[in-house]
Design a protein around this ligand. Structure first.
Ligand code: SAM
Ligand code: SF4
Ligand code: SF4
Length: 339
């Protein structure tokens, strides 16, 4: 499969990126993602046999590459909990057409794995960090974990060359919105790009309310009041974050306004769940089963046709049509899909 077929959905959107969730488990319980009272000790996480193995993931990724995917992002749950992740990365690195492999992590296990992952072929990481204040961060991550291990993880990633490194901060009104300026100040001039993310109504378990969303516009205004910003062009079509550059040359920030200023028109992302289902939208209730045909012996061509047909029928634009009545609709959880 070396020829690439560029497939488009019903809205003319190409298939360019694949996000692969390698586990539904996590060592944190962020309240906007896996609230501790829902994801407790008895929560039924996927049994091992249900989860795609490395060979299966690599085979599916190869099929996606044959349909135009050039970028892969490994996520979860917490992807660094997956055993031998470096071996998976080596397999993905060998797929023709894959230009970029990134990973989103809470950073806790980066000191142990950053070097190994880089050597295996990982290009860069995005680390999630919602606050520099231990009390605020500990409350939000549901485990009382302080910032020190994450900061150590960030250092390890930089030392290993997993750059440019980005930080994701989910902003929730009344929880960490007072930390916006502190995050900007801390990372300005370091080469690290902080991306401020509007709290989203993914899944059905995080108690989302519009009142808890701090609009991207407000985030930009607040940072701009301290350190003047100017808008920068996207790096590529379909970039999720809007870029803002510090006028004094100290780098840039990104804001992801998935609630107040949607970007479905440019959405070229597909998502593969740990269980082997293809989701064509972060807010979809159901995925398309790929694992069953794969395990039943489907050929590469058959898998390619399956994915191609799903993408060709794709019509998703949830964020554009979000309203009070869509918020409570059934949707897959973020920890399952990986964001
Ligand atoms: N565990 C890894 C981590 O936290 O980076 C990877 C998986 S996590 C689901 C991927 C990203 O989704 C993280 O940056 C996280 O902050 C973000 N996220 C989770 N729930 C969210 C929500 N309700 N709204 C906005 N972003 C969310
Ligand atoms: Fe875990 Fe990441 Fe979700 Fe936090 S955001 S609970 S670290 S999967
Ligand atoms: Fe893409 Fe769905 Fe998000 Fe719109 S709501 S940008 S279609 S994932």
């Amino acid at each position: 499969m070396t020829d690439v077929t560029h497939v488009k959905d019903t809205r003319g959107r190409r298939l360019r990126d694949l996000r692969i969730s390698v586990t539904d488990r996590c060592n944190l319980r962020c309240n906007y993602c896996m609230p501790a009272d829902v994801f407790g000790p008895d929560y039924p996480f996927l049994p091992r046999k249900e989860i795609l193995d490395h060979e299966e993931i690599a085979r599916i990724a190869r099929v996606f590459a044959s349909l135009g995917v050039t970028k892969l992002r490994l996520t979860g749950g917490e992807p660094l909990l997956r055993r031998d992740l470096d071996q998976l990365i080596t397999m993905l690195r060998g797929i023709p057409g894959i230009e970029d492999i990134a990973l989103t992590t809470n950073g806790l296990l980066l000191p142990a794995f950053a070097r190994k992952l880089k050597d295996a072929g990982l290009d860069r990481v995005t680390v999630s960090l919602d606050s520099l204040d231990d009390a605020v961060f500990g409350r939000m991550n549901g485990k009382g974990v302080g910032t020190a291990p994450v900061l150590k993880g960030i250092d390890s990633a930089i030392q290993a060359g997993l750059t440019p490194l980005k930080l994701n901060m989910v902003v929730k009104r009344g929880e960490n919105d007072t930390e916006i300026e502190a995050m900007a100040r801390r990372w300005r001039g370091t080469g690290i790009i902080v991306r401020f993310i509007e709290f989203m109504d993914v899944g059905t378990k995080n108690g989302w309310r519009m009142d808890d969303v701090v609009p991207a516009r407000e985030i930009v205004q607040r940072i701009n009041a301290r350190w003047p910003l100017e808008s920068a062009d996207p790096n590529y079509q379909g970039e999720v974050a809007s870029r803002w550059r510090y006028k004094d040359g100290q780098g840039e920030i990104g804001v992801i306004s998935s609630v107040t200023n949607t970007f479905c028109g440019d959405c070229t992302r597909a998502r593969l769940s740990a269980r082997g289902e293809l989701y064509t939208c972060l807010f979809a209730a159901k995925g398309h089963d790929i694992k069953t045909p794969l395990r039943a012996g489907a050929t590469d061509y058959e898998l390619q046709t399956l994915v191609e047909n799903v993408w060709k029928r794709r019509d998703d634009r949830y964020s554009e049509i979000r309203n009070e009545s869509t918020v409570g609709l059934p949707k897959a959880e973020m920890s399952y899909l990986g964001g």
